[in-house]
Design a protein. Sequence first.
Length: 267
Amino acid sequence: MSPGVYSAKKKNGKIYFRSNITYHSKHISLGSFLSEQAASDAYKEANLLLYDNTISLNQAFAKCNTLNYEKIVVLINFRDNHIYLSNPIILQKNYFVYYLSPTEEYKFDIDDLFYYTTHKILRRGNSLYVNDYGMQYRILDKYGIHSHSVPGRDYEFVNGDPTDLRYSNIRVINPYYGVINSGDEINPIYNAKIHINGNISLGTYDSAELAAIAYNKACDIAKDCGFIKDYPQNFISSISPQKYADIYTSINLPKNFLNYVKYKDFK
């Protein structure tokens, strides 16, 4: 048998081959293969990457035909940073890079390293997410960016790079459902809206929190009037429950909204 290659048998009796390599006392599995030759090629590629530190990551992607890109990233990181991480991560100074493919990489703060070494990043449509306790969580949710948020309107990447997910590079403009800041940083103007067969204005407010409470109240009224849409509600941690209740009670929503939900034939 070739170096680093072992045969194994499936439950149905079919033979397959596994490839392994040991580096700095770490026993590393390289995967399962249909032929001894493929398993041997994987071992040779891994041996080359681990013992020739002149080979860059991009060169490794070009040279290796058997190892998958994730294993290549793992091996290069282990070789250069002496830390074995099971996910395709390259450590950098004060941050790390997660590779979703050989040409798609995302930067994260080092504080998030433990989370992403134990949670694999996946893609669903245009969203990145992780599986956590059987649930799917969007990565942008960690930054307070909702699924309905529009880049450039509700949030922005400070340096213009949407693959740079370090906290300092993300600025949330509109953190609440149904709230849009139509002003600027010096003179903010917070408009509250609710979507019922189109957007209905709920008025303009002096703060995002007031607008968010107005939106919450509009959602409650719409539900009380029989609208069955599941409107997401805003949680406002900066306001005490008593103050929230006082503001909620004092807000007077526009008559056009109240008349619409009261008389609209939604059935």
